[in-house]
Design a protein around this ligand. Structure first.
Ligand SMILES: NC(=O)c1ccc[n+]([C@@H]2O[C@H](COP(=O)([O-])OP(=O)(O)OC[C@H]3O[C@@H](n4cnc5c(N)ncnc54)[C@H](OP(=O)(O)O)[C@@H]3O)[C@@H](O)[C@H]2O)c1
Length: 273
């Protein structure tokens, strides 16, 4: 592949995987707040140096495209990218979030070649994200009721993003990606418990109790964002599966049970003494 590929959020759940897939396909520039050059979504001065000389970019926004102003940030990143010679941007987005859809539109209208990978909630939230401590402790308590969600494997997301970055015939398309079936959080936890061979319970708690539990660990704006994702997005709007993995890759997405079996074998969910 000609030219440098910029990966924004390179140490994250999908950025790591995209970088691994592209490692042998030409120069990579993985960036986040801790890289050189650094890239910080909260400091626009850091954006142009990161974009300099890049041909294409995989973009994961922080903390979430649902926040106010995310669309303006994506529009500005794309504008600076065009100035710097960028040709294509692949944006990771979320389903059912009006703010995320505004950000997608900003990219689509930017004049760059574009792709949107519009994902359901990640399976890896249970193993690399905010739910992993609960799974290890044997009790996951969240403000989510019996609304099913078609959790997607981050490996499938990375495969779709990589295909979009490397296959010109896939450009300028939205890939809406989900797992093959919707599961409630209680069902997902049951599958993880079966895979690990030890009991793990799921309990629905109130948004207020959830926020109180996070107060010692996270800033108020991040807690408010998490609460809003649980209370607004998990209302049934995203239950239907979508075929973006099949469209981009020609095969079905990985089932949650297969994800759980693979992760259980790594020992990530073993109880912390
Ligand atoms: N999790 C889900 O279920 C889900 C579902 C749909 C869509 N999404 C979207 O996925 C995106 C996150 O992607 P991901 O899960 O692959 O990444 P991630 O695992 O959340 O983290 C990516 C990296 O972002 C960096 N980061 C944090 N704050 C930053 C900032 N202010 N500026 C620059 N980098 C920053 C961190 O590295 P440093 O500490 O080194 O900066 C971190 O390693 C979000 O936009 C989210 O809305 C998530």
């Amino acid at each position: 592949m000609d030219g440098t590929t910029l990966i924004i959020g390179a140490g994250g759940k999908t950025g790591t995987r995209v970088a691994a897939r592209l490692a042998k396909q030409g120069p990579l520039r993985p960036v986040s707040r801790r890289t050189s050059p650094p890239f910080d979504w909260k400091d626009r001065r850091s954006w142009a140096p990161a974009l300099q000389g890049a041909t294409r970019a995989y973009v994961t926004f922080q903390p979430d495209l649902a926040i106010a102003g995310a669309d303006a940030d994506i529009a500005e990143l794309a504008r600076l990218g065009r100035e710097a010679g960028l040709e294509q941007m692949v944006l990771l987005s979320g389903r059912g979030e009006p703010g995320a859809q505004r950000a997608e539109q900003a990219l689509i209208e930017s004049g760059l070649d574009w792709n949107v990978v519009r994902a359901s909630w990640f399976a890896q939230n249970f193993s690399e994200g905010v739910f992993v401590d609960g799974i290890r402790a044997g009790l996951l308590a969240l403000p989510a009721g019996p609304v099913p969600e078609p959790f997607i494997d981050a490996d499938d997301i990375a495969d779709v993003a990589t295909a979009a970055l490397t296959d010109p015939s896939l450009r300028n398309r939205i890939f809406e990606v989900t797992g093959p079936r919707a599961l409630t959080f209680a069902e997902a936890v049951d599958i993880i418990a079966a895979a690990t061979g030890r009991p793990v319970a799921y309990r629905q708690i109130s948004p207020a109790d959830f926020a109180d539990g996070l107060t010692p660990y996270l800033p108020p704006d991040v807690i408010a964002l998490l609460v809003s994702l649980f209370t607004e997005v998990l209302d049934g709007r995203n239950i239907a599966t979508a075929d973006g993995v099949q469209q981009a890759l020609g095969h079905a997405p990985r089932d949650f049970a297969d994800y759980a079996a693979l992760v259980a074998a790594t020992g990530v969910w073993e109880t912390v003494p």
